[in-house]
Design a protein around this ligand. Structure first.
Ligand code: CP
Length: 325
């Protein structure tokens, strides 16, 4: 593993290995001795967190994952504080980061920027791995990895992810988390997807073509009620209003139809789970937080362990925590 740009490259053995690494790191961190062992894993490595699009979880979970592993971090979150305001090109900025650090973790408003940065590494003497921490409305591969980890942990006692019915609800057209998660589903046998979205925010045809190619069955409905009783997992997303044009398309959606609260909970299987990449809007009522099926707070914490696993794997330190260090 070098760059992490596109979720389509992940195969089942690597996904299983990353989940096992995330669990190993999570369990080690529970004791002082284990936490110290984790901190001794990558103390000579440095990371650049280049987040020019807003983020709370992805930024903080990567930042803390780095620190848990003993790495040092630098950051740019506001491009107005970097030499980009003096006209420095994106290419020169990325090359400059690579002069100082060992990995670039980046989130941008524009799609394809992380791929562009990774491409740039091919032509320079000191290439470093690039991790896509969210690119435009296109892809969010490490979110998909932590989502897989959450699904796997949740279904540990019930046969794993294979054979599960997974509903994805909300703004599926512009939600990069659900798009990336769909790309990982080819790795699991017998999974069925149910897309629950307003017609104008339906899952896009490129993702559906990928699902068809890999013979992953999916159905589409604008009615949550029809889908609810069959679901093993309901992955809720918010309206991605940041991508609205001047016409404010999101406002035309009757959000109540794509939301979950106590009445919907009563129709969901007792052992189903509710996920959300967060931040949430009104699509999950706060009352749902008390329900044991609400998995989104664990999901965001899983992000830190999965991102630690990704860094461990990128730097080839996995053998050092396989059976203790
Ligand atoms: N899920 C997610 O990407 O959250 P942030 O935007 O807060 O990083």
């Amino acid at each position: 593993m070098f760059h992490v740009i596109d979720p389509r490259v992940f195969e089942r053995p690597l996904l299983d290995e990353l989940c096992a690494l995330a669990t190993r790191a999570r369990l080690l961190a529970k004791s002082d001795t284990g936490a110290r062992a984790l901190r001794d894993l990558l103390p000579t490595r440095r990371a650049m967190l280049y987040f020019t699009q807003p983020s709370t979880r992805t930024f903080l979970s990567f930042n803390n994952a780095c620190h848990i592993l003993g790495m040092r971090t630098s950051e740019i979150r506001d491009p107005s504080t970097s030499s980009e305001v003096k006209g420095e090109s994106f290419e020169d900025s990325i090359r400059t980061f690579s002069s100082y650090v060992d990995v670039i973790i980046m989130r941008t408003k524009e799609s394809g920027r992380a791929a562009q940065a990774a491409q740039l590494m091919n032509g320079i003497p000191r290439p470093v791995p690039v991790i896509n921490a969210g690119s435009g409305s296109d892809q969010h591969p490490t979110q998909a990895l932590l989502d897989i980890y959450t699904l796997q942990r949740s279904f540990e006692e019930t046969g794993g992810i294979d054979g599960k019915v997974i509903g994805m609800m909300g703004d599926l057209k512009r939600g990069r988390t659900v798009r990336s998660l769909c790309y990982l589903m080819k790795n699991y046998r017998g999974v069925r997807l149910v897309f629950i979205a307003p017609e104008q925010f339906a899952m896009q045809s490129d993702v559906k073509a990928h699902l068809d190619e890999h013979r992953i069955p999916y159905t589409e409905t604008p009615r949550l009620d029809d889908a609810l009783p069959s679901l093993d997992a309901l992955y809720v997303t918010r309206m991605q209003t940041e991508w609205d044009t001047a016409a404010r398309e999101s406002q035309a959606v009757d959000l109540a139809r794509f939301s979950i609260g106590p009445p919907e909970l009563s129709r969901l299987k007792r052992d189903a789970i509710i996920m959300h990449p967060l931040p949430r809007g009104p699509e999950i009522a706060p009352a749902v937080d008390q329900d044991p099926r609400a998995m989104y707070w664990r999901q965001e914490r899983n992000g830190m362990w999965m991102r630690a696993a990704v860094l461990i794997k990128i730097f080839g330190a996995e053998d050092r925590i396989a059976d203790g260090t």
